[in-house]
Design a protein around this ligand. Structure first.
Ligand code: RB5
Length: 148
C-alpha cells in the first residue's frame, strides 16, 4: 500500500517508529514531515497528507500529534477524507468496517508505541464491509457537497 505519514513535534518520535514498521512490512511510505521535535503547527502536516489521499495519489494516510485531535479535525476538512481518531484496537477495526476511513489519526501522548503499532496493523488489514454502511458514507458525501 502507498501510505502518507505526517506528524507534528508531539508525534514525531512515534511517526518514526510507525514508518520503520511500515517499511519492514514492505509498504511504500511517503513521509511528509515533520523532521524533528521542534515545535510546528499540526495543520501544516495534516493538509498535504489529506490531499494526497483525497486525490487518490496515495492509498491511506496516518497522522500523529500529541492527542491526534488537531490532526483529525484538520484532515477532515479536506473533501473525500474520512479521518478516524483511534486509540484502541476495537475502533481500529470498526472504523475500517463501518466508516471506510482512509486516514488514521493517533495521539502519541495518549497511547504507547506498542498499541499504536497494533492499531496500524489492524487498520491496514481490515476491509470496508459496505452494505448498509455505504448509504451512510453517501450521506457524509452529501454533507460535504452542501458545505463547499
Ligand atoms: C501540540 O502541543 C499539541 O497541541 C498537538 O500535538 C495536538 O495534540 C493537537 O491536537
Amino acid at each position: 500500500m502507498k501510505i502518507a505519514l505526517g506528524a507534528d513535534h508531539g508525534g514525531f518520535q512515534l511517526k518514526e517508529e510507525i514508518k520503520a514498521m511500515l517499511q519492514s512490512m514492505d509498504h511504500e511510505v511517503v513521509d511528509m514531515g515533520c523532521d524533528c521535535e521542534q515545535s510546528v503547527d499540526y495543520p501544516d502536516y495534516a493538509l498535504p497528507v489529506a490531499e494526497k489521499v483525497a486525490s487518490g495519489e496515495l492509498d491511506r494516510g496516518i497522522l500523529i500529534c500529541g492527542t491526534g485531535i488537531g490532526m483529525s479535525i484538520a484532515a477532515n476538512k479536506v473533501k473525500g477524507v474520512r479521518c478516524a481518531l483511534v486509540h484502541d484496537l476495537f475502533s481500529a477495526k470498526a472504523t475500517r468496517e463501518h466508516n471506510d476511513s482512509n486516514v488514521l489519526a493517533m495521539g502519541a501522548r495518549v497511547i504507547g508505541p506498542g498499541v499504536a503499532q497494533e492499531i496500524v496493523k489492524i487498520w491496514l488489514g481490515t476491509e470496508f464491509t459496505g452494505g448498509r454502511h455505504s448509504q451512510r458514507l453517501e450521506k457524509i458525501g452529501n454533507i460535504e457537497a452542501k458545505h463547499v
